[in-house]
Design a protein around this ligand. Structure first.
Ligand SMILES: [Fe+2]
Ligand SMILES: [Fe+2]
Length: 481
């Protein structure tokens, strides 16, 4: 079969020749009912019979891989799609640098590989669970559709990881696949594996922040795994990245549209000071300082996903050829890192200092730095909107020491500017930096759904262009009545 095109004749669409891989097909078909139960229990609340204008992957050719059509979400074709195999691909880093990429799991690294796949897999359904109630308060049909697009694709990403587990890890792989359907975001007894995926996504501003900041952590992790010497994992992640780009687009443009609307409303009302929160809120839009607080929260939660700055696990995964660096193949060095160092931010005698650490153990820090750089691009776009509107206000990324639960800064308190402060000062001041319950209540008060085609809630601007170039009043979701 042609790897570019996806076989839709089997129950599970795929480009991995499942119809001739009976055992794996059987395992996946066995897992399917549990997945559908999970989707109906934990997927989007309501709208399951609505027709949603969704894209479905029909090819892995980057020049044209998706097709748009109306689909009921439970009938979405969740498939197993791997990017085409690169001929003669070599392991691009670590102790096995230059050796042919593995087509089977290397026995000595089996446990580590399985763990990384499970951790990645666990985040996918988690975000669907976190976002399940948002359909009820969508600011437009356009946004509602984008939410559901993200949700079905996160579902597909779960399938992607489950395929790897079931095909390459035998019985324990199948057990892990079942566990992925058993854990629940925020559950006291069996939570999802990573902190940020157990937090609430209470409103649409949180959703945009989540897709901007937390999906972007996903992007960095997928890029590192796309470098993997284990070729099936590399190919899986490469295709996932194609879909992931849209998720971050939803976040970036979502925040742009909120900022845009706030600036327009302030201007129309003749408000000169964006920090005049009460007056801005009276206009029914979200004030810029509150947007900054949400940003502080989601950025700091997402930084925790990179793990400890100095980590022997990260070094081991790199040495083993399992998890590389962001854009590994474009970096010019020896790709082994046995003798190099990398500057790491650490607490030294009560101060934040840059300290050179062996590059191998500093890989989490490096990936986090790459992430921060990637995040900064959004600030530029959003701040341009604010300055074009004539306001002297800048959204900024808080210091990496701010509000951390993991790594070097977990036991200290720092301001968003990176100034260390005592516990008492933190307790007194943190509601100025992180969303308070009052802020949450205010945002919640704006979250009334808009469901007529072409309509938008008054706290957010319409997008510049439609999905699939559709006109502004396109009915992205045909809600069943
Ligand atoms: Fe994903
Ligand atoms: Fe995503």
């Amino acid at each position: 079969m042609n790897i570019m095109n996806v076989d839709y004749t089997t129950k599970i669409p795929n480009n991995v020749n499942l119809s001739e891989d009976r055992q794996v097909l059987k395992a996946l078909e066995g897992w399917h009912p549990g997945y559908m139960d999970w989707w109906s229990d934990m997927g989007p609340e309501g709208f399951q019979q609505s027709l949603v204008y969704l894209r479905t992957a029909y090819s892995v050719d980057p020049r044209g891989w998706a097709k748009f059509d109306y689909v009921r979400m439970p009938e979405y074709r969740w498939g197993i799609l791997l990017a085409p195999q690169e001929e003669n691909r070599a392991i691009p880093f670590g102790e096995h640098y230059g050796e042919p990429a593995w087509q089977e799991v290397p026995g000595e690294h089996r446990a580590m590989l399985r763990r990384l796949i499970v951790i990645q897999g666990d985040t996918e359904p988690a975000s669907v669970e976190q976002q399940r109630h948002l359909g009820k308060t969508a600011p437009s049909l356009y946004d509602l559709r984008n939410l559901f697009q993200v949700n079905v694709e996160e579902g597909r990403h779960l399938w992607a990881m489950v395929y790897l587990l079931q095909k390459y890890f035998g019985r324990d792989g199948r057990e892990e696949a079942d566990e992925l359907l058993r854990r629940r975001s925020g559950d006291a007894d069996s939570p999802r594996m990573l902190g940020a995926f157990n937090e609430k996504t209470p409103d649409w501003l949180s959703f945009f922040m989540f897709t901007y900041f937390t999906d972007r952590d996903g992007k960095m992790q997928l890029h590192s795994l796309a470098q993997s010497g284990f070729d099936p994992l590399s190919r899986t992640c490469r295709f996932m990245l194609t879909e992931e780009a849209h998720h971050m687009f939803v976040g970036e443009t979502g925040i742009s549209r909120v900022v845009q609307r706030t600036c327009e409303a302030m201007k129309a009302a003749g408000i000169g000071d964006p920090s005049d929160i009460a007056r801005v809120r009276a206009l029914g839009v979200i004030d810029l300082p509150t947007i900054q607080k949400k940003l502080n929260l989601h950025y700091s939660l997402s930084l925790d996903l990179f793990g400890s700055e100095v980590s022997t696990n990260a070094a081991n995964a790199f040495n083993a050829g399992i998890k590389g660096r962001y854009r590994e193949t474009q970096i010019e060095d020896d790709h082994r890192l046995q003798n190099s160092t990398y500057p790491v931010l650490k607490m030294v005698n009560g101060e934040i200092k840059r300290v050179d650490e062996p590059a191998l153990t500093a890989l989490n820090m490096r990936l986090r730095d790459d992430y921060t750089q990637d995040c900064a691009k959004g600030m530029l776009r959003w701040n341009k909107i604010i300055s074009l509107a004539g306001y002297d206000f800048k959204l900024t990324l808080p210091n990496v020491a701010f509000h951390r639960q993991i790594g070097e800064f977990k036991d200290i308190h720092a301001t968003p500017d990176g100034v260390l402060i005592e516990d008492a000062a933190w307790d007194k001041r943190n509601s100025g930096w992180l969303p308070s319950s009052d802020d949450g209540d205010f945002i919640a008060s704006l979250m009334t759904p808009v469901t007529e085609p072409g309509g938008f809630a008054p706290w957010i601007s319409p997008p510049k262009v439609g999905i699939d170039n559709k006109p502004g009043d396109f009915e992205y979701v045909k809600i069943e009545t």
